[in-house]
Design a protein around this ligand. Sequence first.
Ligand code: SAH
Length: 361
Amino acid sequence: MTSQGQINLLDLDSDALGHYFQEIGERPFRAQQIIKWVHQQGVTDFSAMTNLSKALRDRLLSETEIRAPEIESEQLSDDGTRKWLVRVDGENCVETVFIPEGERGTLCVSSQVGCPLACSFCATARQGFNRNLSVGEIIGQVWLAARQLGQLPKEGRYITNVVMMGMGEPLLNFENVVAAMRLMLDDNAYNLARKRVTLSTAGVVPGIDRLAERCPVSLAISLHATNDELRNVLVPINRKYPLAELLDACRRYANVNPHSEITFEYVMLKGINDTVAEARTLIGLLEGLPAKVNLIPFNPFESAGYERSTDAAIDAFRDKLVSSGLVTITRKTRGDDIDAACGQLVGEVQARALRHRKRVH
Ligand code: SAH
């Protein structure tokens, strides 16, 4: 974990690496070579980089390093889901989750140590917030998972999708998340199609517009309520960016990305937001948007203060949405035996400030 002012190559996307090579008088295509070595071959030893001159390898060795975060522990769920506790510094760990399902393998990546948003039903929020993750710590989770899963060198593609749905609010760590996602998309790194990289946000409206400009990937919105009064409590950032503004931002995003659907996540909380009347309101809100809905049965955690909706309530809610033509999926609960399911990630966070949080019952 000690670095003596060296540049961590995991922090650099293709543009940043290109600049570095330009600065040291090398050709920009060196960036592609390095990205391949680091991300596709998983190589951390410069002497193995045989297509680079000895002089360049020596220079890289003295000025740079390839430093991934470290795996503190691994847990394996009965359903095949894996969760890694990833140490990012002496005090803090984040969590990364791999969810295999048939041909698909989804990696759920964290963007912050803890989370500064105070969503009342989310375990991560209860941890408080410490700091943003660096580019290397974000893409490092993909790098580590690929190695752990034996994906390297480049044979099986176990990771087919990445979702920025781990700890943290990705749009509040915008630049680092964008650079990391660019590496996910990079042909020479993880080569994922844009629709296979999803960023989920609680509704940071200016960030949605910037994302459309800078790195239009699949967008997911943590909606969870159909009116401002309830959403102010469940997802307090709604007080700053209320529903109407959020949905306008989604319309703008859809105009820039005409071929992609926006996923609306809706956590099913018993007696709070799960009536058929609310399903009807939701249909109205999403009208005209290229929307699909993911219903997430609430995943409990200690002293959460909420309960999961009954299966009957979830099915009735779904049937209502489906009857209006909205594609609706009830998200399968995965990895809950190891606390790896949505909203259960806690890592080890040294909070800088824990605020008082309002809850509804
Ligand atoms: N901060 C971003 C990324 C987190 S994604 C966001 O809010 O979108 C994690 C998803 O799980 C979000 O939709 C979140 O609202 C949801 N979630 C949080 N706590 C949950 C819980 N206890 N049960 C089910 N889903 C939960």
